[in-house]
Design a protein around this ligand. Structure first.
Ligand code: ZN
Length: 223
């Protein structure tokens, strides 16, 4: 009788562990899929967002937060369920996210990257407004109109006002056809030109002994 009672207890315990395992595994798989989608979207986008890429760009931005949070939840559940596969899978997707989504991580370490990303959003929203309102080069766009477009696109209240340069630069929208710019970091073209110079300098410094050096990622730190 007593034995029956204890097996009954075990049977009651088992389903909760099974539920945890299933949940952690499902979350880990979702995390992996989300991360792959986010990274693929980010890589498929050029540094300048044209009108045809606007939708994809918004999705890459929207997916970033769940792609960051779901693996954490999957790891916690995986640890609770002591299910190694979920932990490994979620850990791997977390790692992939940090390696593959530099725009997201860059905010914390590189103020210029964060500022470039803000200018990218302003530029993308400008293109969108220009296409919606049929504006041509030289036409000006009001801050309200731009903010309104950003609020719709990015689900962010406050629109333009919520974008701030990490080094206290002020943003100038500029007319259609002329890039927006930051008073500290300049325009996107200027930043890109600076990065290109830096890369050329690095390539020169690390004597071109073999071709592998030439295709080195600009994000890799110099030895
Ligand atoms: Zn700036």
């Amino acid at each position: 009788m007593a034995q029956e009672g204890s097996t009954g207890d075990k049977a009651q315990h088992k389903p909760s562990r099974v539920t945890l395992t299933t949940l952690s595994l499902v979350l880990a798989v979702i995390a992996m899929l989300l991360t792959v989608c986010t990274v693929a979207l980010k890589y498929s986008l050029p540094s300048r967002i044209g009108i045809s890429e606007y939708g994809r760009y918004l999705w890459a931005d929207r997916l970033s937060l769940p792609a960051f949070l779901i693996p954490i939840a999957a790891i916690i559940l995986g640890i609770a369920a002591r299910h190694k596969i979920s932990i490994i899978l979620a850990g791997f997707s977390f790692l992939l996210f940090f390696i593959g989504a530099p725009g997201f991580v860059g905010h914390a370490f590189n103020p210029q990257n964060a500022c470039f990303n803000n200018l990218r959003k302003i530029d993308a929203a400008k293109n969108q407004v220009a296409s919606e309102d049929g504006l041509t080069n030289g036409a000006s766009i009001s801050i309200e109109r731009l903010s309104n477009c950003m609020e719709r696109g990015y689900d962010v209240k406050g629109g333009l006002g919520t974008l701030s340069c990490p080094e206290d630069g002020k943003y100038t929208i500029n007319v259609v056809g002329i890039e927006p710019r930051c008073s500290v970091h300049g325009s996107m073209s200027e930043m890109e030109a600076g990065w290109q110079k830096e890369m050329q300098k690095r390539n020169k410094d690390s004597a071109p002994t073999n071709s592998i050096h030439k295709i080195k990622s600009p994000l890799a730190s110099s030895p």
